[in-house]
Design a binder for this molecule. Structure first.
Ligand code: CTP
Length: 402
């Protein structure tokens, strides 16, 4: 059986198209099976013959070519690949993909595939910065498409700035990372996510705005990497894909109970926005208004700090404990304090100040802190944060775990 990984290269039209030829050559050197297709714009820059010579396969260019469709239809091509790389990905091509257009072979494949798709954008800096391009990219990210680059540099047009496609050696590293086989569920991860609800009486509660999206994406990414995942979800939080164990909870006490009884685990990720307080005295009947002037005083007591308990108090502490720090001010200082106080190994700091759309949104800006590192990740989708964190967790656990 042929178990070589299969890459479908879609070459768009731009001066960076020539780099794709070198990229294909390097993919082939790594014993990957490659098929290539060219967009109409791509054909202006490189020829189907060049791509065919390097891949060893014919190069269809037309969705409506009866011979190609009979030989290897666009649906077959969309299913064939383990990974689809669009390089260079032009502003025009990404706009089409973001809007679900499918009026040529390349865009029809993108719409028809369920395979992971990676875009390697290349364009003039002003085109890159244009709000329409950025909006299309944000939308593609929320659909789960991934991006390699672009980077800063001088451009063929003589300008300097963001929009250069990465060099093929850098692209190869990114592609190889995405092709790594998942580990065999030898590692167990617990992820908490979403808000908690602290009941006041049978009909009322206090809670917060967390959507649980980030926790869900982390759980998905760990599961995709091959971790056995226990996902402890606060109310209303997005539930990840099937296959993992899901425990739904309401209060912080229930979340703590679910977390400790899911131990032992290799990793604990505390993405939940746990309510710091609960009602001191829960009323088992609905609190009633007595008269118009009556006010209500509620008193609260602190909830257990789940992250701290798992980091410091349990006998079978996971080898890696990861927390979050949601801060409205002094992100770095406060996140560093939390790392020390709670005793976890890594903290992902989030600025949730006035300008931020992190809470409830699809994007996140993370400050990664460990005892030795301090790394600001660029703004990216919560899905990308999940993938990046899962990669890091896997590298850490795999290095120390065997
Ligand atoms: N956390 C927890 N249990 C709590 C409170 C927080 O496990 N009772 C975890 C969160 O999941 C997160 C980290 O602790 O990983 C930091 O949460 P955050 O809300 O940023 O801070 P707090 O600890 O609540 O502190 P403060 O409200 O003072 O900022």
């Amino acid at each position: 059986m042929n178990d070589r990984k299969k890459i479908l290269m879609i070459v768009g039209g731009g001066i960076a198209s020539y780099k794709s030829l070198d990229f294909i050559r390097r993919l082939k050197e790594r014993n990957l099976e490659v098929r290539g297709i060219l967009t109409k714009a791509g054909e202006h820059f490189i020829t189907p013959l060049a791509v065919a010579s390097l891949t060893g396969n014919n190069v269809p260019t037309d969705l409506f070519d009866p011979e190609n469709e009979a030989h290897f239809s666009h649906i077959e091509l969309a299913r064939w690949a383990d990974l689809i790389v669009v390089a260079p990905a032009t502003a025009d091509f990404m706009a089409k993909a973001a809007n679900g257009l499918a009026n040529d072979l390349a865009s029809a494949i993108i719409l028809a595939t369920t395979t992971k798709v990676v875009f390697a954008p290349a364009m003039n800096v002003r085109m890159w910065e244009n709000r329409a391009t950025q909006a299309n990219i944000e939308r593609l990210k929320t659909y789960g498409y991934e991006f390699i680059g672009p980077t800063n540099g001088s451009m063929a047009c003589g300008e300097y700035g963001m929009g250069r496609m990465l060099e093929s050696v850098e692209m190869i590293a990114e592609v190889e990372r995405r092709l790594e086989p998942p580990c065999e569920r030898n590692y167990r991860a617990i992820v908490t996510s979403g808000p908690t609800r602290e009941a006041i009486d049978p009909v009322r509660y206090i809670s917060n705005h967390s959507s649980g999206k980030q926790g869900g994406e982390i759980a998905n990414a760990l599961y995709e990497k091959g971790f056995e995942v226990v996902f402890i979800a606060g109310p209303g939080s997005s539930l990840p894909q099937g296959g993992m164990e899901i425990i739904q909870v309401n209060s912080a006490d229930e979340m703590l109970q679910a977390a400790t009884s899911s131990l032992p685990a290799d990793v604990f990720v505390s993405a939940a926005a746990v309510s710091d307080w609960k009602i001191a005295e829960y009323s088992d009947h609905k609190l009633k208004k007595q008269n118009k002037s009556q006010s209500l005083d509620l008193s609260f007591v602190q909830n257990p700090d789940i992250l701290q308990v798992i980091s410091r108090d349990v006998k079978n502490r996971p080898r890696l404990v990861v927390g979050f720090a949601a801060e409205t001010n002094h992100l770095k200082v406060n996140a560093a304090k939390k790392l020390a106080k709670k005793g976890c190994d890594w903290i992902l700091g989030n600025d949730i100040g006035k300008e931020s759309d992190t809470m409830g949104g699809d994007f996140n800006e993370v400050l990664f802190l460990s005892r030795t590192e301090n790394d600001k990740w660029p703004r990216m989708s919560k899905k990308e944060v999940g993938a990046r964190l899962a990669d890091r967790i896997y590298q850490h656990i795999n290095r120390k775990g065997t």
